[in-house]
Design a protein around this ligand. Structure first.
Ligand code: S3P
Length: 433
């Protein structure tokens, strides 16, 4: 069995904050400087789309605070209506955040646009995008099955909206907020279940508590002043390194400067409650976001995980593949419910987990909104292939289990990790002692 030790200062910058920093920079008036922008393919897709829409931006490598280099992006824009027709379809590749959030912005521009993606993104549901944008007065056309290509007929006459989110989705919340910035009057977004709140924090929007719901108030046609952003390390990437440490006895890994925004930190809370030896040090607030260092040590017994609270599911949605694999390898079982949203991600993650855990000998029962795994993993004579389904988080979850336990699990597609974590394999190598 391998042991992993060391200090991680090269975790990818947060994917959600990087997308938003670039988009808000494009909507702002003035020069936006983003320090520590992510080099993941998804965030690069957002820059590609902004460039294709005529937003002037540069990306360069500059010295980082821990040695090495980090990315700096500088965007120079002239406010909400700086976008220009691209003349070609806007390529979002694998990035749902790029497609959905750009749709909100393009709905408010006085021209037509087409958004396309790779084979995974072209299967993901987009009715949730079209509904509110049509209510606000934009035209949105989708395929018969409600997927991209998405044709948007934008308008400068967008109407304000009071929109109650039908699913807990920060992407939908954000695209409605971005559209509402272009609308006449004040909009309100009602959120029954809290999802990640970076958009409202970064735009400085007022939030209210009304009858148990959270309400985000978006004033229309307000000038957004350009401001600098510093992107912390991605907690959804950190979860893989924490899981590596927890699964490999004797391991001890310190991860620096991670975003600990409470809407993103449920993975850590769940693993601490399950017995994981994890501590948070050096907590501080930078640019409105909580950040800190995570120390994770391996070897202790972990309780099996069972997750059902919809609020918790929303706050841990991207970490569920790793939680499931971690729980099964550490304790032999895992259970989740109220998580139908997992079927709408880069792949159907409930099914992808079931297919791969079955290959490893586990008993898996799927339900429309969850799954139950029991029976534990069986040792195989020959390597087991984990099917990645074009999904970076499925690939990384099984790669971590393989590295930590020494089990022969091969990924069907290891390159897909580059969507959010380009240095994933190099980092694992550097931590192995
Ligand atoms: C994201 C929101 C979540 C998450 C995705 C990033 C965001 O998607 O799964 O990886 O940055 O807003 P949904 O909004 O579809 O839940």
């Amino acid at each position: 069995m391998s042991v992993f030790k060391g200090e991680v200062t090269t975790l990818p910058p947060d994917k959600s904050i990087s997308h938003r920093a670039a988009l808000i920079g494009a909507l702002a008036d003035g020069v936006t400087e983003i320090t520590n922008f992510s080099g993941g393919f998804d965030n690069q897709s957002t820059l590609g789309v902004l460039g294709a829409c005529g937003i002037p931006l540069i990306q360069e490598e500059v010295p980082g605070p821990w040695g090495g280099t980090i990315r700096r992006v500088v965007i120079e824009s002239k406010g909400l209506w700086s976008f220009r027709p691209s003349g070609v379809p806007l390529q979002c590749n694998n990035s749902g955040s790029t497609m959905r959030m750009m749709a909100g912005i393009l709905a408010g521009q006085p021209f037509g646009s087409e958004l396309v993606g790779d084979s995974s993104l072209m299967k993901r549901p987009m009715q949730r995008v079209a509904g509110p944008l049509r209510d606000m007065g934009a035209g949105v056309e989708l395929s018969e099955s409600g997927t991209a290509p998405m044709l948007i007929s934008g308008t400068k006459e967008l109407r304000s909206i009071v929109y109650r989110l039908p699913v807990p989705s920060a992407q939908v919340k954000s695209l409605v907020a971005f559209a509402a910035l272009h609308a006449e009057g004040e909009s309100r977004i009602v959120e029954p279940v809290l999802s990640r709140d970076h958009t409202e924090l970064m735009l400085g929007l007022e939030t209210l508590e009304l009858d148990g719901d959270r309400v985000i108030v978006v004033p229309g046609r307000r000038r957004i002043e350009a401001r600098p952003f510093l992107v912390p390390a991605d907690p959804s990437a950190a979860c893989f390194i924490v899981a590596l440490a927890l699964l490999a006895p004797g391991s001890e890994i310190m991860i620096r400067d991670v975003c600990l925004n409470p809407t993103r930190a449920a993975f850590l809370d769940i693993m601490i409650a399950a017995g994981g030896e994890i501590s948070i040090e050096n907590r501080r607030t930078v640019g409105g976001e909580d950040i800190g260092d995570i120390l994770a040590c391996g070897g202790g017994a972990l309780e099996p995980l069972s997750i059902s609270d919809p609020g918790v599911v929303a706050r841990v949605i991207d970490e569920i593949p790793m939680l499931a694999v971690l729980s099964v390898f550490a304790s032999g079982s895992f259970e989740v419910s109220n998580a139908a949203e997992l079927r709408t991600k880069e792949c159907d993650r409930l099914n992808a987990l079931a297919v791969n855990l079955q290959r490893l000998g586990c008993l898996c029962e799927e339900s429309p909104d969850g799954m139950r795994v029991s029976g534990g993993v069986k040792v195989h004579q020959s390597p087991v292939v984990a099917e990645c389904f074009d999904d970076h988080r499925i690939a990384m979850s099984f790669a971590i289990a393989a590295r930590a336990t020494g089990m022969a699990i091969e990924l069907s597609d290891s390159a897909v990790v580059g969507v959010s974590f380009p240095n994933f394999f190099a980092l694992l190598e550097s931590l192995e002692v």
